[in-house]
Design a protein around this ligand. Structure first.
Ligand code: NAD
Ligand code: DAU
Length: 352
């Protein structure tokens, strides 16, 4: 199926920018509209290599503005939606839950309503694709993996807001027949990742010889996926997945936080010509995250079997590419760590 006008929400963010780039390059006959409010996490610098492409346009807009969403869908006749815009950081959701309700829940329902109105029951060649997280399934113990059939059990305000948005998307399919797809992905890493999240925060701090704040004992486990492989999975699901279905996306790549931070220290000591073990001395155990989920792990078997998706890089290759990108893009880091983010960082890690 080909689309004329695909709107990608949150396209100036970390994952969204990789999805926009992939779609602009892969589908030159489709207009790709990047709709983003440009919060602290949105950065058009992420897209400067493709922003002059004839099939790319940017719209600065807030998805919590229902009237504006209706108007934009009417004006541009979007036939495909890939919805990534969200407040995405768990720690921020603990201090400011209402922002997560507004963007992640209300914003999603506004987009569903706008699509439903403009498509008006003519659902052929239309698609609303909602990008979600594995955190909706709650936490795992030492064993097992999340399947598409795992019951929802979100634990943080962030994951509760994402779970709620998933339920609304599914309900619009069941009730109104809206053509939808949902994917639930594990932790991403790669270029353009805002340095409030574990991997880019540690890379930034190692570079600057600042303390490396590991929550609790560092025993919590995450399943890491290279962001460009998330973008290829979204492309495969968007174009070839069955309507109404959910797909889990993961890296089959579990790491305890402390082991991952130690690995990053070793990789960066080599790259920076530092002595062996130098950066590990920066590791500082700090107070744990409230309600910190112990372990996430994704079973991506359905996506691999049904759509033939495979990650393109090993974790070692992906991590090396990521570290190299941050070392080569210190100007990008400087821009995003100035101003408001600096105040957030000082507040978050002082007296923790
Ligand atoms: P991000 O925080 O880097 O980017 C979010 C983007 O959404 C930013 O560009 C921001 O400006 C925009 N935005 C926020 N509020 C908005 C609003 N009200 N209106 C319009 N735009 C708004 O997030 P990310 O890490 O790239 O995550 C993108 C999506 O993928 C989210 O839905 C997230 O839940 C999901 N996800 C993330 C991960 C991960 O590891 N980062 C994993 C699985 C799923
Ligand atoms: O699982 C998918 C989710 O992954 C996405 O839905 C979220 O948008 C994304 O932010 C991410 O959530 P996490 O909470 O897992 O990611 P974060 O990078 O914040 O933390 C990863 C782990 O590292 C977690 O166990 C907390 C820990 N941590 C994090 C930070 C920022 C630390 O130990 N120290 C830190 O300074």
């Amino acid at each position: 199926m080909t689309y004329k006008n695909i709107v990608i929400t949150g396209g100036a963010g970390f994952i969204g920018s990789h999805v926009v780039r992939r779609f602009v390059k892969q589908y030159p006959d489709t207009m790709i509209w990047n709709l983003d409010k440009l919060t602290y996490a949105g950065n058009l610098e992420n897209l400067k290599d493709i922003d002059q492409s004839p099939n790319y346009r940017f719209i600065k807009a807030d998805i919590t503005d229902a009237a504006l969403m209706d108007q934009l869908f009417e004006t541009h006749q979007f036939d495909g939606v890939i919805h990534l815009a969200a407040e995405s950081h768990v720690d921020r959701s603990i201090s400011h839950p209402m922002e997560f309700v507004m963007t992640n829940v209300v914003g999603t329902v506004n987009l569903l309503n706008a699509a439903r109105k403009i498509w008006n029951g003519h659902f052929e060649n239309k698609l609303f694709y909602h990008v979600s997280t594995d955190e909706v399934y709650g936490e795992l113990g030492d064993e097992g993996k999340f399947l598409e059939t795992t019951p929802y059990s979100p634990n943080s305000p962030y994951s509760a807001s994402k779970a709620s948005s998933d339920h609304f998307v599914r309900a619009y399919h069941h009730t109104y027949g809206l053509p939808i797809k949902i994917s639930n992905c594990s932790n991403n890493y790669g270029a353009n990742h805002f340095p409030e999240k574990l991997i880019p925060l540690m890379i930034n701090n190692i570079m600057n010889k600042k303390p490396l704040p590991v929550y609790g004992k560092g025993e919590n486990v995450r399943d890491w996926l290279f962001v460009e492989d998330h973008a290829t999975a979204i492309d495969a699901i968007f174009h070839r997945g069955n309507i109404g279905e959910t797909f889990n996306i993961g890296g089959n790549n579990e790491w305890k936080n402390i082991d991952l931070v130690r690995l990053l220290c070793r990789v960066m000591d080599t790259k920076l010509g530092r002595s062996e073990g130098e950066s590990e001395q920066l590791i500082t155990f700090v107070g744990d995250r409230a309600g910190h989920d112990f372990r996430y792990a994704i079973d991506s078997g359905k996506l691999m079997r049904e759509l033939g998706w495979q990650p393109s890089v090993t974790f070692e290759q992906g991590l090396e590419k990521t570290v190299d990108w941050y070392l080569a893009n210190q100007e990008w880091l400087g821009h995003v760590t100035s101003g408001a983010y600096k105040a957030y960082y000082d507040n978050m890690y002082t007296n923790r």
